[in-house]
Design a protein around this ligand. Sequence first.
Ligand code: ADP
Length: 261
Amino acid sequence: FRDHKLIVHIIPFENRRQILVTHDVTESERIDMLRRDFIANASHELRTPLTVINGFLEIAASGVEMDKDTRAAHIRLMTEQGNRMQRLVEDMLTLTRLESVDHLVRTEVINMRALLEQILQEAKALSNGRHEITLLVEGPDLKGSTDEIRSAMTNLVTNAIRYTPEGGTIQLRWEQTDKGPRFSVEDNGIGISPEHISRLTERFYRVDKSRSRETQGTGLGLAIVKHVLLRHHAQLVIDSTPDVGSQFSVQFPLSAAHSQQ
Ligand code: ADP
């Protein structure tokens, strides 16, 4: 019954109040449509790598002669596509898990310095010297789910690396503001045109599909970020200019800060 939003209309009628209880069909239809869209998109995303893998397997099975280098190239392409499918399935599972319970079951105190230094090391490994990445930690520790916060922040940092050409700079900041703790990732990469910004957290929404494939994106990263932030009562603010760069910031409420006393 989860799809049906129960709506109670209170209608004034001849000085009495009548209560009309209906199921909001449009809401359930909308959710149905979103689900169909998700399945269609997910199938399409999985079919592409499967087609590539099956194609190479057919060639191998046909017993056609091929030199060592060609064989190695085929195996490399199949491995890449297998990894792509694995990332997709993992992101889909993460999203499903996040959606199945809409609030945090357990919160812990997250050591933000330790977490962000770990994220910085991973970012440097991923960038492999192609970007200058800096980290500033001035904010407090945070109350929340370590795994979820790690996943949301890693997604934002990974995107900054993906969508910033070689030689670019990426700044990670953790600060306390008068509204609460704030995490931001600023890059001087390709940027995003204004018409795309409001749709970025939709599942499988990408500004440039082919580029995102090349950069190994699944199209689910920002949808995961959105769900994690909803559960932490935090807000995502996106500020971006094409060809100049982007800033993704996450504003947590004051109550999310862990005070030391
Ligand atoms: P993907 O796996 O494709 O990166 P995301 O959900 O993480 O999917 O992001 C959705 C889209 O938002 C990306 O395909 C990309 O077009 C755009 N995007 C996200 N982060 C950035 C960024 N830092 N700079 C430019 N574009 C970005």
